[in-house]
Ligand binder design. Structure first.
Ligand code: ADE
Ligand code: ZN
Length: 315
């Protein structure tokens, strides 16, 4: 990666902590927790990172997360991510975690949160990286389950800046979660949601109008709806775009076809993020580098993208 790219101060606003679980740590945690894995070694697991769509990825992502059990596991996961951030001049992070992925396996909410929280605090003190944690609801599960998760989270209200919505998008529109998002907002939490990754522009409208989100995660399909584009530009609604993720999950065929720089030039507040870096081939720095290499991103464009990420912080 060019040094000038690495040196740019940046924020990461779209990162699933569970998606930063590198195969080496995954195997180490499996051994520590005495969990049998369906892959013989790290190379075999890495070879399985070939996806045709979001669901194929999610199946592996949830299987990988099953090695996380103790507070120390969640600490190690988060700490490893923060060290990558430090190396790439990511100075602020607003990561997601998926509590239901863990509580549904019998891991207490508090165990998950305490491990993550301690690493984020140490990251602030030892690495100088500020943070705001976002609790994400799994949209393939019923809204009732999201309500239960929010209830479990409320004793720790101050640990979060907001709620998000992730997992399988198609067939699970934002409108299904209107009530739980209203409840979260009434508690003073910000709202964000994945929309327009695989799903249609209508899902972005719903996220804005019904969930009242402050940012759209992905949002690349907004470009199919001119009226929506005008709104996103007029209201300067940030899109947390994840270029390498979009290629790995076949949202675009090649990086040369990605629309992030077209959006930037039209005045959309786009930002660069890694989504699930352990699975998609790199962290924020590698995502910037791919835009430079395949789309001819200039230094001026990189500076605007980095500034957008700092401007779009919620914490
Ligand atoms: N969970 C982790 N990564 C995700 C993505 N890219 N889209 C939806 N849910 C996710
Ligand atoms: Zn995501």
């Amino acid at each position: 990666m060019p040094e000038w790219l690495n040196a740019l101060p940046k924020a990461e606003l779209h990162l699933h902590l569970e998606g930063s679980l590198e195969p080496e740590l995954l195997f180490a945690l499996a051994e520590r927790n005495q969990i049998a894995l369906p892959w013989s070694d790290v190379e075999t697991l890495r070879a399985a990172y070939a996806f045709n769509n979001l669901q194929e990825f999610l199946d592996l992502y949830y299987a990988g997360a099953s090695v996380l059990h103790t507070e120390q596991d969640f600490y190690d996961l988060t700490w490893a991510y923060l060290q990558r951030c430090k190396a790439q001049n990511v100075i602020h992070v607003e990561p997601f975690f998926d509590p239901q992925t863990h509580t549904d396996r019998g891991v207490p909410f508090e165990v998950v949160l305490r491990g993550i929280q301690q690493a984020l605090r140490d990251g602030e003190q030892q690495l100088g990286i500020s943070h705001g944690l976002i609790l994400s609801f799994l949209r393939h599960l019923p809204e009732e389950e999201a309500f239960k998760t929010l209830e479990q989270a409320m004793p720790f209200r101050d640990a979060f800046i907001g709620v998000g919505l992730d997992s399988s998008e198609k067939g699970f529109p934002p409108r299904l979660f209107e009530r739980v998002f209203a409840k979260a907002r009434s508690e003073g939490l910000h709202a964000v949601a994945h929309a327009g990754e695989e799903g249609p522009p209508e899902y972005i409208w719903e996220a804005l109008d019904l969930l009242k989100v402050k940012r759209i995660d992905h949002g690349v399909r907004a470009i199919e709806d001119e009226r929506l584009m005008q709104r996103i530009i007029d209201e300067q609604i940030p899109l947390t775009v994840c270029p390498l993720s979009n290629i790995k999950l076949c949202v675009f065929e090649h990086m040369g076809q990605h629309n992030i720089l077209d959006m930037l030039e039209r005045g959309v507040k786009v930002t660069v993020n890694s989504d699930d870096p352990a699975y998609f081939g790199g962290y924020v720095g590698e995502n910037f580098a791919a835009l430079h290499e395949h789309l001819g991103m200039t230094e001026a464009q990189a500076r605007r993208l980095a500034q957008n990420s700092l401007d779009a912080r919620l914490a």
